[in-house]
Design a binder for this molecule. Structure first.
Ligand code: ZN
Length: 258
């Protein structure tokens, strides 16, 4: 009871501020909620690697509950005009974020499949990204935002995504990465929640991606990789105001037209 009262007082005080603005719901407030205590709780290993992933200090919006990675995708979609490509297109969306799903739906795609290995809602299909139940060349868009770091055989998932995308189709496979690592880092010995949290940043992450290896694997699979840098798309204040990670590039994986 007391805890709930304190929480509602803190929420009220937060609502009085105006330093931050949610890009999705448009409301202003003092700060976004942190994830797991924010960067103070980050392991030394992750700090040394200068990991680029969620903005854990500016994570959740107190009003609409969106998280930073979802906000960042909205910003990139607006900036690059990607919403226009959604109309009449065929979309596969893994681990669909609530606000992004609603917006994609509102843009009138001809078919929109929401999928997850462990779906929690009825409108999300149970699907394993490494064995997609589709023929070749079916989708115009595949979105799997921060999904690959959960998949043990992520190379197989990338090959499946490539197979079912139409030539010229776009994949968005954002994942946490380190630009210091040349290669991915994973090891079978990292087999407990505690170790995965320390090395991979979350109990259910199975690796830490090295930026270069990730990009070159996308190319090996057959994608043309287009990197859109945050700083080239948005002004210097945007990351602070909207609570997103200015170091996170948007990586578009476009299926080559052969
Ligand atoms: Zn919001």
């Amino acid at each position: 009871m007391l805890r709930r009262q304190i929480e509602s007082i803190l929420k009220f005080l937060n609502s009085l501020g105006s330093k931050k603005k949610c890009y999705i719901c448009g409301k202003t407030f003092d700060h976004f909620s942190k994830l797991r205590g924010g960067s103070k709780g980050k392991s030394q290993f992750r700090k040394k690697l200068d990991m680029v992933g969620s903005d854990i200090d500016n994570f959740r919006c107190m009003y609409c509950g969106c998280h930073d990675r979802e906000r960042h995708l909205f910003m990139f979609f607006d900036k690059l005009g990607l919403w226009r490509n959604i109309k009449d297109s065929v979309i596969l969306h893994f681990a669909p974020e609530r606000h992004l799903a609603r917006r994609l739906d509102s843009e009138s795609p001809s078919k929109y499949v929401k999928a997850d290995l462990h779906p929690k809602n009825e409108d999300v299909e149970r699907m394993d990204a490494t064995i997609l139940p589709y023929n070749e060349d079916k989708f115009d868009f595949i979105i799997a935002n921060h999904v690959l770091e959960h998949i043990p055989d992520y190379g197989k998932a990338l090959r499946e995504f490539f197979r079912v995308l139409k030539p010229g189709g776009i994949g968005i496979f954002q994942t946490p990465y380190s630009k210091l690592l040349q290669n991915n880092f994973e090891d079978e010995g990292i087999d407990s929640d505690e170790l995965r949290l320390f090395f991979h940043g979350q109990k259910n992450h199975v690796r830490t991606f090295g930026y270069n290896q990730f990009l070159s694997e996308l190319e090996t699979v057959g994608f043309d990789v287009q990197v859109k840098k945050h700083d080239e798309c948005f002004d210097a204040h945007a990351a602070y105001l909207y609570g997103v990670n200015s170091k996170e590039d948007l990586i578009l994986a476009v299926k080559r037209v052969s």
